[in-house]
Design a protein around this ligand. Structure first.
Ligand SMILES: O=C(O)CCC(=O)C(=O)O
Ligand SMILES: [Fe+2]
Length: 299
């Protein structure tokens, strides 16, 4: 098919913003599409303040209940695509480095068990994919973060997956390969499944290995806990804030959608990270393995 024919058949990038956003998001309460609306400005100011204080912003009931039901139904239909992985990992998803002292946080390995529906498995009409494709959403998030431009992530597996955690699954302390993550809770477990995080415990100028080591060995001083309700949105700086999800209690799965954003549109997860968390590494992960991280932080 020629490019011209293709353009005749699919929406352009510009018109991609014309998805029915009100079917996904509560635009009456959160008019993120209307750049002159006073409510939008108030919301962005609130998110900015919260992000600078705690590295995290929480917008209750951001999504329409019907959209959450549609996302839950998609996860049910995709249940055979769930990739379960069980492993021991350090907070950086890197391999052991015997040249470092045994007390170094890079040598602190923790058990982990979780499951993802990777982004490349989403249905073509997936609401999660539509949310991710919306330019209105990207610009709104960029303003909340006070970072521009931000991009959708090139990583084909990790860019907007569903995490589906079952009884006993847990995600120990770690940093993300991408800078910014949106979490949309689709279904809460009966117990556990709390998101714990240490705001901005590291930054591009300081890995703060002592502070990280303290939390890995049980220190609770910098730890915040966030409990989400279905439909809530959380915006989070996962590359700078050590974070974890506590073990799931009960038979109900915890389902959460995780659209992710970056400032470098090219870099992807390292192969070891991708294999450990998403169950596989694709050619792109090897091709871009040696891309230097803009922030020089360990991952
Ligand atoms: O499930 C969550 O709330 C966070 C998951 C997470 O940290 C990750 O996928 O990197
Ligand atoms: Fe994470």
């Amino acid at each position: 098919m020629t490019l011209q024919n293709l353009y005749a058949q699919v929406p352009s990038a510009f018109s991609a913003a014309e998805i029915a956003l009100d079917a996904l998001i509560d635009l009456d309460t959160y008019p993120i599409h209307d750049i002159h609306h006073p409510k939008r400005k108030v919301l962005i100011d609130r998110c900015r303040q919260s992000l600078s204080e705690t590295g995290c912003a929480h917008i209750p009931k951001f999504m329409q209940p019907v959209a959450i039901n549609t996302m839950r139904a998609e996860v049910e239909r995709l249940s055979t695509e769930i990739r379960r992985s069980e492993d021991t990992v350090n907070a950086y998803f890197s391999e052991d480095d015997a040249s470092l002292d045994a007390t170094h946080p890079k040598r602190h390995f923790m058990s982990r068990r979780s499951s993802f529906i990777n982004s490349d498995r989403l249905e073509s009409q997936s609401l999660l994919r539509q949310f991710y494709d919306s330019d209105v959403v990207v610009h709104f998030l960029s303003e909340c973060l006070g970072v521009a431009p931000i991009y959708r992530w090139a990583d084909p597996l990790a860019r907007n997956p569903y995490s589906v955690m079952q009884e006993g699954d847990h995600f120990p302390w770690h940093f993300d390969g991408n800078e910014f993550t949106v979490s949309i809770l689709v279904q809460q477990s009966e117990g556990g499944g709390d998101f714990e995080y240490c705001p901005n415990i590291r930054n591009p100028h300081d890995e703060n290995f002592d502070g990280v080591a303290d939390v890995l060995s049980g220190g609770r001083q910098p730890v915040h806990v966030l409990t989400l309700e279905p439909g809530d949105l959380q915006l989070f700086k996962g590359r700078y804030s050590l974070h974890s999800v506590t073990p799931i209690v009960g038979k109900t799965e915890r389902i959460i959608a995780l659209p992710t954003y970056v400032t470098d549109p090219y870099a992807v997860n390292r192969p070891h990270h991708s294999k450990t968390v998403y169950g596989e590494a694709l050619p792109i992960h090897f091709e871009r393995e040696s891309v230097i991280r803009a922030d020089n932080l360990m991952d």
